[in-house]
Design a protein around this ligand. Structure first.
Ligand SMILES: Cc1cc2nc3c(=O)[nH]c(=O)nc-3n(C[C@H](O)[C@H](O)[C@H](O)COP(=O)(O)O)c2cc1C
Ligand SMILES: CCCCC(=O)C(=O)O
Length: 407
């Protein structure tokens, strides 16, 4: 039985062909930021209060004017439908069963309409702006027509990050068999058999796109770099404002200046994110950027933290630092690969029960009442916990004996 997100990760690793698992794990360049996203949570220790009645725990939150049963949002992840047939639909159904928001990526396998029809979860649509603004506008209109509640523009992919493992693996969409991965694919025949029931193995929203129909298979970076517009600016945010009637969310904010600019344009929510360390390497950990952004927006926009969450205690720390909710990427993908819809529900349940236990032990029964007084920001180095590298993943950095993370 999987009792932690790490357990789900191990199961996902066993069940997926190496090239697909590597795509999920994918970090850019040296993997510094991916590792920092995890490691930096260890710098924030708790200040617990005792003798508080914690018999009833409330982990609900409000976001974009809606009361949400959980502060956990399933973040946008391209190609989730390669982890399980109809993967996006399964994850969106799991989100609905737990009252969580599901964010559909532009680059999903399942289409905007299929996912909306499959799930009653609050749905957000994540947008990448295509050079062809006609394509972009039609994505926005389809999301509107299908009832998505918020438009989440990702702002940290002017070009694709350097995912070296995907390049070594020759990872393509659809995934192709070649000499170097034939043994690996044969060892994962269960996945191959399961995927035969998938309606497709390419980007569902663009099945008729010439670049996809003319080629056998496309490299992800090559395809996205040829279609995504590297010239997107704040002007496009204003344009999206004019064609999207609902709330607008910007995902990938990593400094106060951009946060203030977004607020001045009336953006309703910001996602402090470094894309799980898949884009610009050597951005700081998302949790370390969060206070800067929270302080800059001064409550004029809601702030969401994304990146490195593997424990409920990570969520509690982010909320204490001023986030309204947290997005998770890999944690729910591990669940999806491990056991489909039930695996995503397991990932959500693990994190939620960890949030509840943490709140009880912290002496703060209401998530919405957390503030920075729940944390010690001056954690002495002697209290540093030594984390196993498997917990941090393949990009764990060596620790310096006796030093703090900053030294
Ligand atoms: C396999 C994978 C695909 C992703 N695809 C997208 C995407 O299409 N659009 C997007 O805005 N972010 C995408 N992301 C980034 C996630 O939304 C999120 O920022 C990141 O996974 C958070 O870090 P975590 O995995 O540590 O939770 C992707 C992440 C992963 C792992
Ligand atoms: C599959 C297209 C890009 C998805 C993405 O943004 C990522 O892999 O991080």
């Amino acid at each position: 039985m999987s009792v932690s997100i790490e357990d789900l990760r191990q199961r996902a690793r066993r069940r997926l062909p190496r090239t697909v698992f590597d795509y999920v794990e994918g970090a850019s360049d040296d993997g510094f930021t991916t590792a920092a996203n995890r490691r930096s949570f260890e710098r924030y220790l708790f200040r617990a209060r005792s003798l508080v009645d914690v018999s009833v725990i409330d982990h609900s939150t409000t976001l974009l004017g809606e009361r949400l049963a959980t502060p956990i949002i399933l973040g946008p992840t391209g190609l989730a439908g390669l982890l399980a047939p109809r993967g996006e639909e399964l994850a969106a159904k799991a989100a609905a069963s737990r009252g969580a928001v599901f964010t559909l990526s532009t680059m999903s396998i399942g289409t905007i309409e299929e996912v909306a029809a499959a799930s009653s979860a609050p749905l957000w649509f994540q947008l990448y702006v295509w050079k062809d603004r006609g394509v972009t506008q039609s994505l926005v209109e389809r999301a509107k027509a299908a009832g998505y509640r918020a438009l989440c523009l990702t702002v940290d992919v002017p070009v694709m990050g350097n995912r070296e493992q995907d390049r070594r693996n020759g990872f393509t969409v659809p995934p192709r068999l070649h000499f170097s991965n034939v043994m690996d694919v044969l060892r994962h025949l269960g996945w191959v058999l399961r995927m035969t029931s998938s309606p497709r193995a390419t980007f569902g929203n663009f099945v008729d796109h010439p670049a996809l129909t003319q080629a056998n298979a496309v490299g992800v970076a090559r395809f996205t770099n040829s279609q995504f517009d590297p010239a997107v600016t704040w002007k496009d945010v204003e344009w999206l404002r004019s064609i999207w009637p609902g709330p607008l969310v910007l995902k990938g904010i990593s400094c106060a200046e951009d946060a203030r600019k977004a607020v001045s344009l009336g953006v309703e929510a910001l996602v402090v994110s470094n894309h799980g360390g898949r884009q610009l390497d050597f951005l700081p950990a998302a949790i370390d950027v969060l206070p800067e952004v929270v302080d800059a927006v001064e409550g004029r926009s809601e702030v969401i933290l994304d990146g490195g969450i593997r424990r409920g205690s990570d969520i509690v720390k982010a909320i204490a630092l001023g986030a309204r909710a947290c997005m998770v990427g890999r944690p729910f993908l591990y669940g999806l690969a491990a056991n489909g819809r039930a695996g995503v529900e397991r990932a959500l349940d693990i994190l939620t029960s960890e949030v509840d236990r943490t709140l009880a032990l912290l002496g703060c029964p209401r998530l919405s009442e957390l503030d920075r007084s729940a944390l010690r920001l001056d954690a002495p180095a002697s209290l540093e916990r030594v984390t196993t590298s498997s917990h941090l993943g393949p990009h764990a950095l060596p620790r310096r004996a006796g030093g703090t993370h900053e030294s």
